[in-house]
Design a protein around this ligand. Structure first.
Ligand SMILES: O=C(O)C(=O)C[C@]1(C(=O)O)C=C[C@@H](O)C=C1
Length: 356
């Protein structure tokens, strides 16, 4: 049997493809013109009513063999592609994206530079509990050459009955210890109305995982110049994470650091699952510095060091972890904070791997 008819049919299809392409391109040019008109008039580019009218018209004229559902689907794809054409290319690239800025963002914290290739360690207690506790940790950080201290003063806790933090008193303690030992200090803020106040006490404001999509908080963080450490939400995709950072940057604060802190999966042997792949993806997609919180992602003291090494090997600009003078009596995260000798051992391991 000859396959001539098949070839003939295919030749005909090729011709129709060309006609379709020609018509689609003609349509696309018109859509671009409409886009220009809409821009001048300040009209919204997306017009669902117009789309519905066109789809209804098309379905009313449809004589098959495609069913109405398929006709709607095919044209909806054309409208979507058309809308993409109308949206400014500029707007498609986020400010936090590598496409917008090829060079790495570096953040100056006192004499410390974040994002210049030298890994930074952020360490300190989960919660600020007392002056004595914070000073004990600050002293060890100084001895170990760590220049950024963390400590929670406003604690977003799962249970309302758990310790909620010392609030402003906690920030004052952190500032006092940081000044005494010449450290930079980072602490979480949970309310938009506290952002301005926190800039008086801290060098970096943290926005925690539970608030990653608290858009009012993100906007408020964009109105100050104090650097922000934004943690990835426990169920946030990398795209959602970058959009959250975009809220801060687009509101005026370009000093943003990202922090992977583990995502929630079905795995029970770690507190969360450390998404190590997020590190190179974030570094490729964005110019912002990337940290990994090994304490919250793992919830396990015994694997902090290998996970920290993995984070740095994957390209992270630094690692965050919790250290407490006496973890067993800590008011939060008692199970996962390192005591001081373990922290010293951790630092020895990290230094060894950095020097190697
Ligand atoms: O008619 C318009 O207003 C257009 O912008 C064109 C068009 C289309 O492709 O047909 C594109 C996007 C809108 O959502 C609706 C329709």
């Amino acid at each position: 049997m000859s396959n001539r008819p098949l070839e003939e049919l295919r030749t005909q299809l090729d011709e129709i493809n060309m006609e379709l392409l020609h018509l689609l391109s003609k349509r696309a040019s018109l859509v671009q013109e409409i886009g220009e008109v809409k821009k001048r008039q300040g009209v919204n580019k997306f017009d669902p009513e117009r789309e519905k009218k066109m789809l209804d018209q098309l379905v009313a004229q449809n004589q098959g063999p495609f069913d109405n559902h398929t006709v709607r689907y095919l044209f909806k794809q054309i409208f979507k592609a058309s809308l993409d054409l109308q949206i400014d290319d500029q707007k498609k690239d986020l400010l936090v994206s590598r496409k917008k800025q090829a060079t790495d963002t570096m953040i100056q914290l006192g004499t410390t530079k974040v994002g210049n290739g030298t890994p930074q360690i952020i360490a300190g207690p989960c919660s600020v509990e007392s002056e004595e506790q914070v000073f004990a940790v600050a002293k060890v950080l100084k001895e170990q050459g760590v220049s950024i201290m963390r400590g929670g003063a406003f604690k977003p806790r799962t249970s309302p009955y758990d310790f909620q933090g010392l609030g402003v008193e906690g920030l004052k303690i952190l500032r006092k210890a940081a000044d005494h030992y010449d450290l930079q200090v980072i602490s979480e803020v949970v309310s938009p109305s506290d952002i301005e106040m926190a800039t008086e006490f801290v060098d970096v404001i943290q926005i925690g995982a539970r608030n990653m999509q608290n858009f009012e908080l993100l906007k408020a963080a964009g109105t100050v110049n104090t650097p922000i450490l934004l943690k990835r939400g426990l169920a946030a995709t990398i795209e959602e994470f970058l959009f959250a950072a975009e809220y801060i940057v687009s509101n005026g604060n370009a000093n943003v650091m990202l922090c992977e802190r583990g995502i929630r999966t079905y795995e029970k042997w770690t507190r969360n699952t450390l998404d190590i792949s997020a590190v190179p993806i974030l570094k490729n997609e964005s110019h912002l510095p990337v940290f990994v919180d090994v304490t919250h992602s793992t919830g396990r003291r015994d694997i902090l060091l290998p996970c920290a090494k993995a984070a740095l090997a994957a390209g992270a600009d630094g690692v965050m972890l919790e250290v407490h003078p006496n973890p067993s009596v800590a008011l939060s995260d008692a199970k996962q904070q390192l005591d001081i000798p373990s922290f010293e051992a951790f630092m020895a391991g990290i230094k060894q791997s950095i020097d190697a």
